[in-house]
Ligand binder design. Sequence first.
Ligand code: CMP
Length: 141
Amino acid sequence: MLKPGVLHRRAVGEIVHRFERKGLKIIALKMIRMNKTMAETHYAEHVGKKFYQELVDYTCSGPVVAMILEAESAISKVRRLIGPTNVNDSQPGTIRGDFAASTTLNIVHASDSTAAAEREIALFFKPEELCLWDDGNHSWF
Ligand code: CMP
């Protein structure tokens, strides 16, 4: 999920490009405005943490871009591209390393496990919004 800061920075294209350049396949993508209930559901595991309210408020402060990226080991590929949650640990060249100065406002979210991906996909997308496709006879990656 590209958080509102990505829209504010006019960086949707650049960030989506980084995932595509790596060879990740977009199988669903949409822009939405998350409401408080949706943000609280998405971040339920962080209830009670000191950054929780700011995180929910930030997530609802503007549109987000939600996408499903498919690849072998997609979760680890995406997480390496975005860099660690703590922006003080994120290296230049990663998305957070290049775009984020605050850990709470860290620009992007990515599922950290298959179980989280299944839960988050169900929260953001209806089954009919997924578009499965293949590369046919071409092997680009
Ligand atoms: P995200 O990948 O969206 O998942 C949970 C979010 O909580 C995380 O990115 C950060 O935006 C925020 N977060 C996690 N840990 C901290 C922390 N220690 N301090 C501030 N914000 C945090």
